[in-house]
Design a protein. Structure first.
Length: 313
């Protein structure tokens, strides 16, 4: 793992962001905490898939674990915008029929990915944003929290440091990132889910690739499921998720080859980040163009891997 060829009955892959993540930049405590959270998220998704459950249920369950863990930039622990508020984005897509749901700029729903799924299943729409999405969440009975629940001191300190030295909110090699999951279930169905707090110091209601279907999130049973993390503007411009799927379906490339090609395009545009992919044939891969990426994978063989740094075998 993670390079896995066809033949698996079910597969689950996770990411928790990519960027300047090294042994020098991450404390031993943060390293251990992130690995433990990734392992819990694997357990949540694998329990569903191993029991014959649906890929879409597995990716939602896995992402919810990461949303609740403050080691990641999603849900609790999300990055703060320039005005000190937290605005959350998420998407989910079911490869069977290409149903999708997404939300952007929500502020009170504890699990943004659960709200994205509600958009997919309980509305005629694909995407909702801002106050309207918050209102829909409350009307659907999804758990609401005070916006202060999402904030942790580390993220407040990061914003204050950025503002103090006039830093760039759109550093393409950010340290913290989005969380996501992709899966294939025993019925051969694919799903993807992604959730994020965006980037520290974002302004003017900025939205990245995570909630955009075809960019940061994509699933199609005919091709693959994709979740991305990194400098979102470049993933949007490359239509990353759909581009990988198109290369698999129309050029006959395997998941690794297609992902390498699209990540190379993103780098040529000036961006960087990471991508996890599971294909319709059960093949899977992760790729990242940064020093590290929080990542994990497992499948029906019992193989299991949790890793952070680029030099981990």
């Amino acid at each position: 793992m993670p390079e896995r060829q066809s033949g698996t009955r079910w597969t689950l892959m996770l990411h928790g962001g990519s960027g300047r993540i090294t042994c020098e930049t991450l404390s031993a405590e943060a390293d251990a905490g992130a690995r433990a959270a990734l392992s819990r998220a694997l357990d949540a998704g694998a329990a569903i898939l191993s029991a014959g459950g649906a890929a879409v249920d597995a990716v939602e369950a896995a992402v919810q674990v990461l949303e609740d863990d403050p080691h990641f930039n999603a849900g609790r622990g999300a990055a703060l915008a320039h005005d000190g508020r937290i605005e959350l984005d998420a998407a989910i897509m079911d490869g069977a029929g290409r149903k999708a749901g997404a939300v952007a700029g929500v502020t009170r729903t504890r699990s943004p990915v659960a709200l994205a799924r509600a958009v997919m299943e309980r509305s005629p729409h694909v995407m909702m944003a801002g106050a309207g999405a918050d209102g829909f969440a409350a009307a659907q009975g999804l758990e609401q929290v005070d916006p202060a629940w999402f904030e942790i001191p580390e993220r407040r300190a990061q914003l204050e440091a950025m503002l103090a030295d006039g830093g760039d909110a759109f550093d393409v090699d950010m340290k913290y990132g989005t969380v996501g999951a992709v899966a294939r279930d025993i019925s051969g169905h694919l799903a993807a889910a992604t959730s994020t707090g965006g980037v520290t110091g974002k302004r003017w209601g900025r939205i990245g690739d995570s909630p955009l279907i075809g960019a940061g999130t994509w699933a199609d049973d005919r091709g693959c499921a994709v979740s991305c993390t990194g400098s979102g503007e470049f993933f949007v411009r490359a239509a990353a998720g759909h581009a990988i799927d198109a290369r698999i379906r129309h050029l006959g490339e395997d998941a690794a080859t297609a992902t390498d090609a699209v990540l190379a395009e993103i780098r040529a545009l000036g961006g960087t980040g990471g991508i996890i992919v599971v294909a319709a044939d059960g093949g899977s891969t992760w790729r990242f163009a940064t020093p590290g990426m929080f990542r994990a994978c497992t499948d029906d063989s019992g193989a299991r891997r949790v890793a952070i740094y680029g030099d981990e075998a």
